[in-house]
Design a protein around this ligand. Structure first.
Ligand code: AMP
Ligand code: ZN
Length: 464
């Protein structure tokens, strides 16, 4: 079964097939790290993780990277005084810009762990790729796509005929909008041009030398430079939240394709927003929660993941505490049931295989997780032997990542035979008979166990 994803650019479902013939390469727009990320951001970050899991589920090799924005975000993140939000956070918290970035990057990673996002293969930082961004800007100037005015470099959008193809914000559309506006930067050739590099003002501390003088990069150029550096000039999937389509990804396409002269990203996948009672969840609206806020309310953070899986990733989703508490109870109940079904069966009957097929088809069909959860519910309620249900759910958990076997693991006890082998192994180790101890370890592993050497001797538990 081949995973199909909705491509926001062609507005079609596209089969995922790696351009290099080997590894599916995914780039996700990551967090801006001058503040804690909220559960809305988390919903968008989960999309990259879910795509990776779905692809692995069908046996693909996957490389997933997510950038960390630790400078820039100039359109909305630079305050009126011309200081980077990183710098303002620095002043507020008495930490250096590097320490702020470190603090919120770590918090972001810990929160990601809590909602079952497996760590990406790489988290490239914008501040560590300034040279690559400068090189890309130089290429864009050489190719006539960009121009410098007094230390600031702009992208000339009229040189890229496809501008607007992702978001629908074509130049004609944008111009109609601009007529109503008053202030347009007089240095720009066209009001729609956007900055690739910005001259540092007198208050600016976070700045770097460049061929155009001291300055700092635009937010969009960071993702063009880092995605192509780490994934190559053609890669498979680029993710972000819906709000990233414009201007961020529209500008990224103009930059990357302008520089290399061909399509770079095969599939653009965008996630719908998480809303609070119909309003956008945003720090400015003061309706944001962190994952740790859920934990403080006694909620298992994976219940939030389950809540998200209940809505198709492209749709907007309304957050409510009632719905979250409902999922929290459901998840606990599900884990209790799994624990009551005993060990996983080695073989699946025909009806179980059919359910597995339907689950896989739902996942492959543009991540139709609500449908996959319906199959899960049917399985739980079915008359299949418990062992087969455990076998199915434990496999499906590679995608769901709800830790469905948690209670089964906690309740698990070794059999008498396992206890005897463990005791025999501890004796062998005590008498330094390592050949025998290794042989016993292999036998225990052959029973599906993980074997750990601890200070208290051999410990075993079911392999997950
Ligand atoms: P930021 O740190 O502001 O750059 O945001 C990081 C990511 O979170 C971006 O990809 C946004 O599209 C996404 N995002 C921001 N707010 C929400 C929300 N309420 N629901 C879903 N995604 C969001
Ligand atoms: Zn980005």
């Amino acid at each position: 079964m081949t995973v199909r994803l909705f491509d926001s650019l062609s507005r079609e479902l596209i089969e995922v097939s790696p351009v290099d013939g080997e590894t599916v390469k995914i780039y996700s727009c990551g967090p801006t790290v001058y503040r804690y990320i909220h559960i809305g951001n988390m919903r968008s970050f989960m999309l990259g993780d879910l795509i990776r899991r779905a692809l692995r589920f069908e046996g693909r090799n996957v490389q997933w990277i997510m950038n960390i924005t630790d400078v820039g975000h100039m359109t909305d993140e630079v305050s009126d005084t011309g200081r980077d939000k990183m710098e303002l956070a620095e002043a507020d918290e008495g930490l250096s810009a590097t320490e702020i970035a470190e603090k919120y990057t770590n918090a972001f990673l810990e929160d990601s762990d809590l909602v079952g996002i497996e760590r990406a293969d790489l988290y490239p930082r914008a501040t560590q790729h300034i040279d690559e961004m400068i090189d890309l800007i130089k290429i864009l100037i050489d190719k006539g796509h960009a121009y410098e005015v007094d230390g600031t470099v702009y992208y000339d959008v009229t040189t890229f005929p496809g501008y607007g193809k992702l978001s629908g914000n074509t130049l004609a559309q944008l111009r109609a909008g601009h007529r109503q506006e008053v202030a347009v930067d007089p240095a720009k050739r066209h009001p729609e041009d956007f900055a690739l590099w910005k001259k540092a003002g007198p208050n600016r501390a976070l700045k770097w030398p460049s061929p155009w003088g001291d300055g700092f990069p635009g937010w969009h150029i960071e993702c063009s430079a880092m995605s192509m550096k780490h994934l190559g000039e053609r890669f498979d999937i680029h993710t972000g939240g819906n709000d990233n389509k414009f201007p961020h990804h529209e500008d990224e396409i103009a930059q990357s394709e302008g520089a290399v002269g061909h399509q770079v990203v095969s599939i653009w996948a965008h996630g719908g927003f998480l809303q609070m009672s119909g309003a956008k969840m945003a720090k400015s609206a003061k309706n944001v929660y962190r994952v740790t806020d859920l934990v403080e309310q006694g909620i298992d953070p994976l219940a939030f993941r389950m809540l998200c899986l209940g809505t198709r990733y492209r749709s907007e989703m309304d957050f409510s505490w009632e719905a979250l508490e409902g999922q929290n109870r459901r998840l606990a109940d599900l884990r209790r049931r799994v624990a009551s079904w005993g060990d996983a069966a080695a073989e699946l009957s025909e009806p179980a295989r059919e359910l597995d097929e339907r689950f896989r088809e739902a996942v492959a069909d543009d991540l139709d997780m609500p449908r996959a959860l319906v199959v899960l519910n049917e399985t739980v309620a079915s008359k299949l032997p418990g062992g087969e249900k455990v076998a199915l759910l434990s496999t499906w958990d590679d995608v769901l990542a709800l830790d469905l076997l948690r209670e089964a693991r906690e309740r698990w006890e070794p059999t008498d035979e396992m206890r005897a082998l463990v005791a025999e192994r501890d004796e062998a180790r005590a008498s330094k008979d390592y050949a025998k101890s290794d042989e016993l370890r292999d036998r225990l592993q052959g029973m599906g166990l993980e074997v750990m050497d601890t200070a208290a001797g051999t410990q075993v538990r079911p392999r997950t």
